[in-house]
Design a protein around this ligand. Structure first.
Ligand code: 4AD
Ligand code: MG
Length: 443
């Protein structure tokens, strides 16, 4: 990688990443580090710092007699999250976290900074107001490294499976998942919406490419304040031609198992730091269990939930179905009226759709919505009317059923939902750097 050059104490140098200190041959070697002060404590001519860069944190000791009184005093006045550069020798120290420290003999103050406003025992609200600073914490560092690895592993799997990544629009004229939950935008005087799903566009692109996916922000104007809803989230959607429901479930299961195994192998440190034993993920295997909606509601009634045929599963019901499980489970064949207009009726059963929701274990609930798509233009038109929409608004989509309509199926999954389960977070907002919820859209 290209190293950015800068100066320490007036001397031009190339900097080492903090993780260099942990290398096998590091003890006794000189390193040059730069980064932010994560901790700082001064005691009798000795300054103990923890320095953080993108690769981690390392203890640094600065002796007054090594750097001189003036620089020592300047270093003492660097605030938490102030920026410094140091040069020194790596030494073994059993008292230091990680067993090593850097004994600095040169120090350069890059930005001493103002007192950092975040410290222990502050309210959730305050931390959300200061989110742009809170994301420097080790917890968030691990979380967003893990999220990047998840994105990478998903793209890698989908590329291996010959699924083409495409770029659907975010601004749209249709509210595909239900008008009331779409954010309206004024599009030069005409109504527009922020996309709730890329599905309809993926369906259009499936005809030339057969297997497509997109990773886009999706928007839901759901006012409900829950621990698993964001108003903006990262949506992976996959659309596959010539695919039936079992084929779709098999594909999805394989994707989750492959990707989560890779995550366990590549990010064991991040996972452990966030409270998940990587072995839990390595134990997952395909296929995941599949239960029908009618059996799921029977089971729920047995547990005292007054579920009526026809309604989608509520959060508490999904929780009850998955609390004791260690692996995800599909709930399949929902009643037609519980789900979106584009879903295919179950052959031989007009009351249900060829669809499934994948529920994460340990009570976390829905992480995937999947279905076969209606291919017949008349039944599709009838369903559009039944949900109170105007078929004329979907004319371009209906065109897809006029020219070589073929069986196809797809799914969508929210990356923050996956991470909430994998990292066992109570609130979904902790899986995204700048959460968007009904209560806030700043910072
Ligand atoms: O079940 P949903 O609404 O399905 C669709 O949007 C389909 N059009 C997807 C498709 O077949 N292409 O949303 C899919 C997934 C959910 O299972 C959940 O993981 C996530 O998107 N999701 C949310 N994540 C965070 N906050 C919200 N408000 C979410 N709503 C849905
Ligand atoms: Mg859903």
């Amino acid at each position: 990688m290209h190293e950015v050059r800068a100066q320490v104490a007036g001397v031009p140098v190339a900097f080492d990443p903090v993780e260099r200190v942990r290398a096998e041959d590091a003890v006794g070697r000189r390193v040059r580090l730069r980064g932010w002060v994560h901790r700082s404590r001064s005691s009798g001519g000795l300054l103990f710092l923890t320095l953080r860069d993108r690769t981690g944190t390392v203890p640094v000791t600065i002796r007054k007699d090594a750097v001189g009184a003036e620089r020592f005093q300047a270093a003492e006045h660097v605030q938490l999250e102030g920026a410094i550069a140091v040069s020194g020798v790596v030494a073994e120290d059993p008292r230091a976290p990680g067993g090593r420290e850097v004994r600095a003999d040169q120090v350069e103050i890059i930005h001493a900074g103002e007192p950092f406003p975040i410290f222990k025992d502050q309210t959730e609200e305050f931390l959300l107001d200061k989110r742009h600073l809170a994301i420097r914490s080790q917890e968030f560092v691990q979380m967003f490294r893990l999220k990047a690895a998840l994105l990478g592993a998903l793209r890698e799997f989908l590329t291996e499976e010959d699924v083409l990544e495409v770029t659907p629009p975010i601004i749209t004229g249709n509210a595909a998942e239900g008008g009331a939950e779409a954010f309206a935008v004024d599009y030069f005087g005409r109504p527009g919406y922020l996309a709730q799903t890329a599905q309809l566009y993926l369906e259009a692109m499936l005809f030339p490419h057969e297997r497509v996916y997109a990773i886009t922000p999706s928007f839901r104007a759901e006012k409900s304040r829950t621990t698993r809803h964001l108003t903006e989230y990262t949506h992976l959607e996959v659309e596959l031609a010539w695919c039936d429901l079992d084929g779709l479930f098999d594909f999805t299961d394989r994707m989750f198992v492959t990707v989560l195994h890779r995550l366990a192998e590549r990010c064991p440190g991040e996972l452990r730091a966030l409270g998940r034993d990587p072995a839990d993920l390595l134990r997952l295997s395909a296929p995941f269990d599949r239960i029908r909606y009618k059996d799921a509601i029977e089971k729920l009634r047995g547990q005292g939930f007054p579920v009526q045929w026809g309604s989608d599963l509520a959060t508490a019901e999904e929780r009850a179905l998955t609390l004791e499980r260690a692996s995800p489970v599909w709930v399949t064949h929902f009643p037609v009226e519980a789900k979106a207009f584009y879903m295919l009726r179950t052959p031989g059963d007009p009351t249900t759709v060829e669809a499934g929701d994948l529920l994460a274990p340990e009570g976390y609930g829905e992480i995937v919505g999947a279905s076969c798509r209606e291919t017949d233009i008349d039944r599709l038109t009838e369903r559009i009317k039944a949900v109170g929409a105007n078929p004329a608004d979907y004319d371009w989509y209906l065109d897809l059923r006029r020219h070589g309509s073929v069986p196809h199926a797809g799914f969508g999954t929210g990356l923050e939902r996956i991470l909430r389960w994998v990292t066992r977070r109570e609130h979904i907002r902790d899986t995204t750097p700048f959460p968007r919820t009904p209560a806030r859209h700043t910072p």
